[in-house]
Ligand binder design. Structure first.
Ligand code: FES
Ligand SMILES: [Fe+2]
Length: 341
């Protein structure tokens, strides 16, 4: 088993094909549904170059649209979270209702424009256990089908639908999204890259399995406890990766959702949301900082790889049959998607 060619991690044309054939047909987590509870609450994102937003409309329905004015294509909302009563384009002032209907187009005579023909471009939006997802493709499966085994595997753990939301954090990295995913689906690096996490895990109790033809990889773990207390002792945990950009960790106390977002061939963004129950404020703060530390450790490891994938010195390397079969499967999924077109 050999890794994908190094060129695939830096090449703009490969990235464009991935965007078209992998990213655009996947579901991407956007954030907690409770952050979009009130009519007018929105969240605008730049998802691998596509400007879009999710918004709660006047009737309480969750909607998503491309962040594109139908007049001359201006972006309507700045990236980030906010609230609004209606959507006014900052360029020439076209006005849209929260459900995407064009309400007013200044300098056009009444009846001159058929408003129905200038509705905002819709994006698919669905919710799973209190986490909002969007998908850019009309042909892709619905969210539950796409999640596949994820729902069943998580069934024994509390999720965002019952836990208390704590906070969101972001880590940006100078690495290709695949560098990060290669790393995500193996436990080979655990001892060297994550000393605290490795110490907290019960030895011999990490079982890594893949489901749904390799699109879902799950680490079934048991915690041995941590240096600063027995909070985790004997607690079962689950870490799941769902190809290409969704990851979660679950236990009886904490649930974390993560979006692994490709930004460019050499950049990624890891966006994380954390929920908890049954632990106090100090413990949840520690769990969040620790969780961020793990992401930072992973990103740093990936950046040490990425700088060398750029130079052409390294072409590809061998994958361990004992430790890296899921890396091989992940890379096969990428290859299939890219070469099938
Ligand atoms: S581009 Fe939006 S009003 Fe002109
Ligand atoms: Fe890691």
């Amino acid at each position: 088993m050999q890794t994908l060619p190094a060129r695939w991690y830096v090449d703009q044309s490969i990235y464009r094909r991935e965007r078209k054939h992998i990213f655009s047909s996947a579901w991407w987590p956007i954030g907690p549904v409770e952050s979009l509870a009130k009519p007018g609450a929105y969240r605008a994102e730049n998802l691998f170059g596509y400007r879009l937003f999710v918004i709660r409309d006047q009737t309480g329905q969750l909607r998503a649209f491309h962040n594109v004015c139908r007049h001359r294509a201006s972006t309507l909302l700045q990236d980030g979270q906010g609230e609004c009563k209606e959507l006014r384009c900052p360029y020439h002032g076209w006005l849209y209702a929260l459900d995407g209907t064009l309400k007013r187009a200044p300098a056009f005579i009444q009846g001159e424009l058929d408003a129905a023909g200038y509705h905002l471009f819709p994006v698919r939006v669905e919710t799973w256990r209190g986490l909002v997802f969007v998908c850019l493709s009309d042909e892709a499966d619905d969210l539950m089908t796409w999640l596949g085994s994820v729902d069943r595997l998580c069934a024994q753990f509390p999720g965002p639908d019952t836990l208390t939301f704590f906070k969101e954090f972001e880590v940006r990295g100078e690495a290709n999204w695949k560098t990060y995913c290669d790393n995500t689906v193996e436990g080979y690096h655990l001892n060297r890259v994550h000393p605290r996490l490795a110490q907290a895990l019960a030895t011999g109790k990490v079982v890594i399995k893949s489901y749904d033809e390799g699109r879902v990889v799950a680490f079934h773990v048991t915690y041995a406890g941590d240096s600063d207390g027995a909070t985790l002792r004997g607690v079962d945990g689950l870490w799941i990766y769902r190809f290409p950009g969704f990851q979660l960790t679950a236990s009886e106390h904490v649930f974390k959702g993560e979006r692994i977002e490709p930004v460019s061939p050499g950049e990624l963004r890891s966006l994380n949301w954390l929920w908890f129950q049954g632990i106090d404020q100090t413990q949840v703060t520690d769990a969040c900082e620790w969780s961020k530390q793990v992401v930072l450790e992973d990103v740093a490891a990936c950046e040490r790889v990425q700088v060398n994938l750029r130079t052409g010195i390294y072409q590809h390397g061998p994958l361990s049959p004992l430790q890296e079969t899921h890396v091989a499967k992940f890379q096969a999924l990428v290859r299939q998607a890219i070469e099938a077109v």
